[in-house]
Design a protein around this ligand. Structure first.
Ligand code: PLP
Length: 352
């Protein structure tokens, strides 16, 4: 039995939460990668196994959004994301599970996507789950996406509904980051059980809810482990202030405004390539390596890039060897099918 760090007076107990994720998720050794690299303590935190319509990091984040939505008496949840958004897919599933209505706005964020996106990946799952889908032509302006979502919410209100909006922008309270405070606690507890000191965590950094939650959560529960955020959405010079803001907003919510210092936030954009949803040859090699060496199924938008980041950090010798380094598999597996065309253009690169 793993001893929990969550005490009765933990500020985390004060936030409304809906049970959605299968947690704790397993912490597994990356045995083949350890054998190849000589790093003695590499682990993967299997957040691709959170359940909720094919798993992924958003299940944890949605626990706190839906907790708040239920607390406010909402009857409909609105969310915006890319056409192949994992967040929208898991939000649709969460709404079904909790008997709420859901409307999702899908933004055309990635150019050059093949036609027929509605017949594959997350979009297909959205349709199977049966939510109302709005299309939004702009993908790079998150304020515009949020404003349009607010406009839809106003229309619903005018008809007597009680909508709850999950915004994309970083000006809104980072409720989703609370889910990654839970994940940070699990990682501390699981590495303590293994009797290996926790030294580093590697996580994809997009909206920054996961990244901020891990940084804030580790500090909240007393760990000084380094967190490497691998950029998947924007350059490090934009991502660093974003993660800092979200971490500081989270820290205030937890009642410790000084919890996170500037140096706690590390972002790395060396693996992002041309940007969001544009995988590089390194992303593709990482996907194949993870599948063949560890039977982990990654995706081309998020986890493929963050795993490429893990391999890059290992190659640079940037990960300490005197304790556990934990890669968080944030899921995204349905995206593999939406990006299957990539395997027509990329050489098969990895043979682990
Ligand atoms: C599979 C997957 N991994 C990682 C991320 C990035 O997480 P965050 O938005 O919390 O930074 C996302 C975001 O959509 C995702 O869907």
């Amino acid at each position: 039995m793993i001893e929990t760090l969550r005490r009765e007076d933990d500020a985390m107990t004060t936030f409304p939460r809906a049970q959605l994720a299968h947690a704790p998720t397993p912490l597994d050794p990356l045995s083949a990668i350890m054998a190849v690299t000589g790093h003695p303590h590499l682990y993967v935190k299997r957040d691709d196994l959170t359940g909720l319509a094919m798993g992924g990091n958003k299940a944890r984040q949605l626990e706190y959004y839906f907790g708040q939505a239920l607390h406010e008496g909402a009857d409909t949840v609105l969310i915006t994301g890319a056409v192949q958004s994992n967040f929208a897919r898991q939000c649709a599933a969460a709404a079904r599970k909790l008997n709420l209505k859901c409307e999702i706005q899908l933004e055309d964020r990635v150019s050059d996507m093949p036609t027929g996106q509605d017949k594959t990946g997350n979009f297909l799952l959205d349709r199977i789950l049966g939510v109302k889908i709005h299309r939004f032509p702009v993908g790079e302006d998150e304020n515009a996406a949020d404003e349009n979502l607010d406009r839809i919410a106003d229309e619903l209100r005018a008809k007597g509904a009680k909508p709850f909006v999950i915004h994309l922008g970083a000006d809104h309270a980072p409720l989703g980051a609370l889910g990654y405070v839970d994940c940070a606690r699990e990682i501390i507890e699981q590495t303590a059980e293994l009797d290996v000191p926790l030294k580093a965590v590697i996580v994809a950094s997009g909206s920054a809810a996961s990244h901020a939650g891990i940084v804030g959560g580790l500090r909240h529960y007393g760990s000084n482990a380094i967190v490497h955020g691998i950029c998947v959405r924007r350059a490090a010079e934009l991502q660093t202030p974003r993660v800092l803001k979200r971490s500081r907003d989270l820290a205030k919510m937890l009642g410790h405004p000084d919890l996170v210092q500037d140096q706690d936030v590390i972002t790395n954009d060396a693996f992002i390539g041309e940007g969001y949803g544009k995988p590089t040859a390194g992303t593709m090699a990482a996907i194949e390596k993870a599948a063949r060496a560890e039977t982990l199924l990654l995706d081309p938008v998020y986890s493929g890039k963050s795993f490429d980041g893990l391999l890059g950090l290992l190659a640079e010798g940037a990960l300490p060897k005197d304790g556990a380094c934990v890669y968080i598999h944030t899921g995204g597996t349905p995206g593999l099918f939406a990006y299957s065309h990539l395997w027509d253009t990329f050489e098969v690169v990895a043979d682990a």
